[in-house]
Design a protein around this ligand. Structure first.
Ligand code: PHE
Length: 344
């Protein structure tokens, strides 16, 4: 019986040694240690042994069972580890593959210019206001000293919706709205950025929809020199401290006197070149002292209050600042164009 047990142990250990998968390993476990396994059936014959032999064989059988069990467990662990490693290897991610590039966006150049101008005027104590793009004839024209049939209405070809409603042709109606809100007895210092619309044919310098920034300062004792100082500060901050400004007489129905402001040419510093069409100067914006009629219509006593106003096109400012030669670039959303200004 001892020989039998030893033979079983040797055979089992050899088989365990050579097996290479978990399924067969489990079969071996059943074949030797299971209820009908060979070790079990040998032990069943123990009853025929003598009293003296029984404990010796019993002890031996236990040792063999333990040895086989230990060997099975050890092999099981090894096989499981091997399987896991194989799986990890098969599912490995190649981290050296280049990733798919994502398109990173950024604020539109126009948004940035508008914010830059806003910051500049906020720094001088202005508040930022907005007004409706669909405007009444009254605020777009009449409250700005442009009665019906006034010939100057032709300066701004308009998109009418009804006889009394139109797409605003400029941001100046927000002047009138803001003054009215302040009720004729408080100072006003505001800028208003926004979209405006004109019945123009789109080309390199015209767009049926573009942007304006309006400025208005009304108080007691506001003088033309205040306007000049403010615009000079704006021009130098925006284009460089070496720039000079010049005011030329002009006409707007809502300002008197009216001016147009030029800045000295960046390329020739005033000598004349192709950029400034040999004049040395580049036109930037319209401005003037608020017309007494406009103040009165908004409820301000024009003997007590005076003010200045200005209006500029941020597209034009950006075009001059960055050498952009076509206003349509702002609206056609070509990423090759827009991307260049993400860092600007
Ligand atoms: N609203 C004028 C325009 O669109 C610009 C302007 C604003 C002029 C304020 C003077 C004062 O042309």
């Amino acid at each position: 019986m001892k020989e039998q047990l030893e033979a079983i142990q040797q055979e089992a250990l050899e088989k365990i040694n050579t097996v290479d998968n978990l399924k067969e390993l489990q079969e071996i476990r059943v074949a030797y240690l299971g209820k009908k396994g060979s070790l079990t059936s040998v032990l069943r014959g123990m009853g025929q042994l003598s009293k003296e032999e029984r404990p010796i064989v019993g002890e031996m059988a236990n040792r063999i069972r333990e040895a086989i069990t230990a060997s099975l467990d050890e092999k099981k662990e090894a096989l499981e580890k091997e399987a896991l490693e194989k799986q990890l290897e098969a599912e490995a991610i190649d981290i050296t593959l280049p990733g798919r590039p994502t398109n990173v966006g950024g604020p539109h150049l126009l948004t940035k210019i508008v914010e830059e101008i806003e910051d500049l005027f906020i720094g001088m104590g202005y508040e930022v206001r907005e007004g409706p793009e669909v405007e009444t004839d009254y605020f777009n024209f009449e409250a700005l000293n442009l009665p019906k049939d006034h010939p100057a209405r032709d300066m701004q070809d308009s998109f009418y919706i009804t006889n009394e409603l139109l797409l605003r042709t400029h941001t100046s109606p927000v002047q009138a709205r803001t003054m009215r809100k302040y009720g004729g007895n408080q100072p006003v210092k505001m800028i208003c950025p926004g979209k405006v619309y004109r019945r123009d044919t789109d080309d390199a310098t015209h767009s049926h929809q573009f942007t304006q920034i309006e400025g208005l300062y009304v108080d007691k004792h506001v003088r033309m020199s205040d306007l000049k100082g403010t615009l000079d500060r704006f021009a130098k901050k925006m284009f460089g401290e070496e720039r000079k400004i010049r005011l030329r007489p002009s006409f707007f129905p809502f300002t008197e006197p009216s001016v147009e402001m030029d800045i000295s040419c960046k390329v020739c510093h005033g000598d004349g070149c192709s950029v400034c069409k040999q004049t040395g100067w580049i036109e930037i914006l319209g401005a003037g002292m608020v017309h007494p009629n406009v103040l009165e219509m908004a409820g301000y006593d024009s003997n007590e209050y005076t003010g200045f106003a200005f209006g500029m096109g941020p597209e034009r400012i950006a075009m001059l600042k960055y050498g952009i030669n076509d206003i349509r670039h702002f609206y056609t959303n070509d990423r090759r164009f827009l991307k260049q200004y993400h860092q600007a």
